[in-house]
Design a protein around this ligand. Structure first.
Ligand SMILES: [Mn+2]
Length: 315
């Protein structure tokens, strides 16, 4: 039976960005958004399974012109996949499904953008990219190092994703870290190919009132030093709890402190200018009913990343 198309007009686009049909077809899109509503191993507040849809809903209200880049990044083409069905069988099967889809996207030369869901998902795109690129760096913006060997009975817990990435032999740079265990602190001290920029180091420049001027501007220098550890190409994973929870309260594990909007943008713009970025994800949005600010922040962050990483829609 032939499929009957709906008549033209009067339809609100239900894709990331609310992008018009000519810029949201799979064949011509450079970017493919994969929503993964999964939060099986969440340990504190559950609900990140609602994150991807909240980001897509908020994204339809984005201004698609980027005044900083003076371009319209969506013109590169953004196709949005339907939400991936997580497996009830456990984390490994869900990760396998995501890896399969990301590999398929890479075969079609798409730039993958995964929307989580919990952070354990990041291992899947990283594994898929590893099949294609022998070596790359992973930049992780996060309040947590996620370097535990295992947590609550599984190695595929959100608290272990950094460790799983690192043991693939990839270079890992973490920024914004402000909650770790003793086990993780010892691991960080001993590990190679791992650079951790702690949040408190970034906030040292809050101390210009101290008697010694040597603290002035230290945050910027620390950031620059951390980013110098990245080697091409780069995968970027943003756990939204990297932000100050005053700005981003809608996360499962909020931590006081954290980065502000413009510091995160500065980091991402720098990475897009200096490096070839091969994919990214934004994870851990746990929407709060009636509070749309955090959802919109997450949606705008994704769109800013596309502008930075794909050269304002040119690359
Ligand atoms: Mn985190």
């Amino acid at each position: 039976m032939q499929e009957i198309p709906p008549p033209r007009g009067y339809w609100l686009p239900q894709n990331f960005g609310g992008v018009p049909p000519e810029f949201s077809r799979f064949a011509s899109a450079r970017v493919v958004v994969l929503p993964v509503p999964y939060d099986l191993t969440t340990s504190y507040l559950a609900g990140t399974r609602h994150g991807p849809q909240a980001i897509i809903d908020a994204s339809t209200h984005l201004e698609l012109y980027d005044e900083e880049l003076q371009s319209e990044p969506y013109r590169i083409g953004i196709y949005t996949l339907p939400p991936l069905e997580p497996s009830a069988a456990g984390p490994e099967e869900t990760l396998r499904r995501v890896e399969e889809i990301i590999s398929w996207l890479l075969e079609h030369d798409k730039f993958p953008v995964m929307l989580g869901g919990e952070h354990s998902l990041t291992l899947a795109p990283v594994r898929a990219l590893r099949q294609r690129f022998r070596d790359f760096s992973v930049l992780q913006l996060d309040a947590h190092a996620d370097l535990r060997e295992s947590f609550q009975g599984t190695k595929f817990n959100h608290a272990c994703v950094g460790r799983r990435i690192h043991e693939l032999g990839l270079n890992l740079v973490q920024i914004g870290i402000r909650a770790i265990s003793l086990e993780e602190a010892e691991f960080i001290r001993a590990a190679k190919n791992l650079h951790v920029c702690f949040d408190h180091e970034l906030h040292q420049d809050l101390a210009p009132r101290l008697p010694s001027p040597r603290w002035q501007g230290a945050g910027g220098e620390v950031l620059e030093e951390a980013l110098a550890h990245l080697r091409d190409p780069v995968y970027v994973t943003v756990d939204l709890d990297v932000f100050d929870p005053a700005l981003m309260p809608a996360v499962g594990t909020p931590e006081p402190g954290g980065l502000d909007w413009y510091t995160v943008l500065k980091i991402l713009r720098y990475v897009g200018e200096k490096h070839r970025v091969i994919g990214c994800d934004v994870v851990e949005l746990c929407p709060i009913a009636g509070l749309v600010g955090p959802n919109f922040l997450a949606a705008k962050l994704v769109y800013k990343m596309l502008g930075y990483f794909l050269k304002g829609g040119q690359g």
